[in-house]
Design a protein around this ligand. Structure first.
Ligand SMILES: Nc1ncnc2c1ncn2[C@@H]1O[C@H](COP(=O)(O)OP(=O)(O)OP(=O)(O)O)[C@@H](O)[C@H]1O
Length: 308
């Protein structure tokens, strides 16, 4: 068994319009993980997954899914993949049950009503199985897209902006479902602009900007490596301005003068004791202090701004 379920090497893509949507992207994804591809609008996320799913013609480079080449072994590869696209792509006049049954058949899988029933129940669609898709709410239609993508029991599931425009409840449900799929061994690759979605869900995070994969890392490593921390000091007495002697620490003072904030690298903890001593020397007393880890959002904004 190939150790990576997805192995992309040096993939580029230029659209006929001349726009270069991907530039020398290499990405390996381990089995049974959730990878979130994060990037601003137009970064190339949809292009990347559309190429892997065989919907967009690749440019130079190679892509293997479970050791199979996406072009040479197209049919086999397609069976291993489920895709939940951004846009609705189901026949409105079909019933939910017919859609998932036909979709499974299209991938050459034998009928399995027991599996399909469990899938529809999991997605709270069982009661709607006889309903025509056009009669369902937007959230329900989205669940149908997921059911369709999972109808042939793929090993790898792509979700393009799975929770764009869905309500909080459905978003929670989807996150729960995605985790359960991962726990059952399905590899999940999702694209999102919602940083909190990546923070909440992903085992690994890839950041795409202007067609380049600028980073792929374990979420926890990324947050520790790039995350800075804030030390927030609640002052016993408000101050008007930061004393000159404290300038080297780059502190910020809140408008009401009651809070000092110090931003530091999480590896350099010893700086704090130096700062606290300096405050004491300046006769500044504090009644409380706490720290805040920077969020993935702070990290992401910095990365994209720097175009690392
Ligand atoms: N068929 C096409 N022909 C020409 N350019 C295209 C085509 N499809 C996409 N592009 C361009 O390629 C770039 C990447 O688009 P893509 O949809 O992959 O980005 P994305 O990261 O998924 O963005 P979003 O988050 O907005 O969906 C964009 O500038 C887009 O305009």
């Amino acid at each position: 068994m190939n150790s990576y379920i997805l192995d992309i090497q040096n993939l580029s893509k230029q659209y006929p319009s001349g726009h270069k949507a991907l530039n020398d992207v290499s990405l390996q994804v381990e089995r049974g993980k959730i990878l979130a591809l994060l990037g601003p609008n137009g970064a190339g996320k949809t292009t990347l997954i559309s190429i892997v799913c065989g919907l967009v013609k690749p440019g130079p480079g190679s892509i293997q899914v479970d050791g199979l080449d996406v072009i040479r072994d197209y049919r086999e590869v397609r069976k291993k993949i489920g895709l939940v696209p951004q846009e609705l792509s189901v026949s409105m006049f079909e019933t939910v049950w017919d859609t998932v049954t036909l979709s499974r058949g299209m991938f050459g899988k034998p009928a399995d009503p027991v599996y399909l029933e469990s899938l529809l129940r999991e997605l709270s669609l069982w009661d709607k199985r006889k309903s025509k898709i056009m009669t369902l709410s937007g959230g329900m239609k989205r669940r149908v897209l997921i059911a369709k993508a999972l109808s042939h029991q793929p090993d790898i599931l792509f979700l393009d902006e799975p929770t764009a425009g869905v309500d909080v409840e459905l978003r929670r449900d989807m996150w729960g479902l995605i985790r359960r799929l991962r726990d059952n061994g399905v590899t999940i690759i999702l694209t999102t602009h919602y940083i909190e979605e990546a923070e909440e869900m992903a085992d690994r995070i890839g950041v795409i900007n202007k067609g380049e994969l600028i980073l792929v890392e374990e979420k926890n490593t990324l947050m520790t490596r790039l995350g800075s921390k804030n030390l927030i000091l609640e002052l016993a007495e408000p101050i008007q301005q930061i004393p000159e002697a404290l300038a080297p620490y780059g502190l910020t003072l809140s408008k009401d003068g009651a809070q000092l904030v110090y931003t530091y690298d999480s590896h350099a903890g010893h700086e704090i004791s130096v700062l606290l001593r300096a405050l004491q020397e300046q006769g500044i007393e504090y009644r409380d202090l706490h720290t805040r880890q920077s969020s993935l959002e702070d990290i992401f904004v910095n990365l994209v701004a720097e175009g690392v």
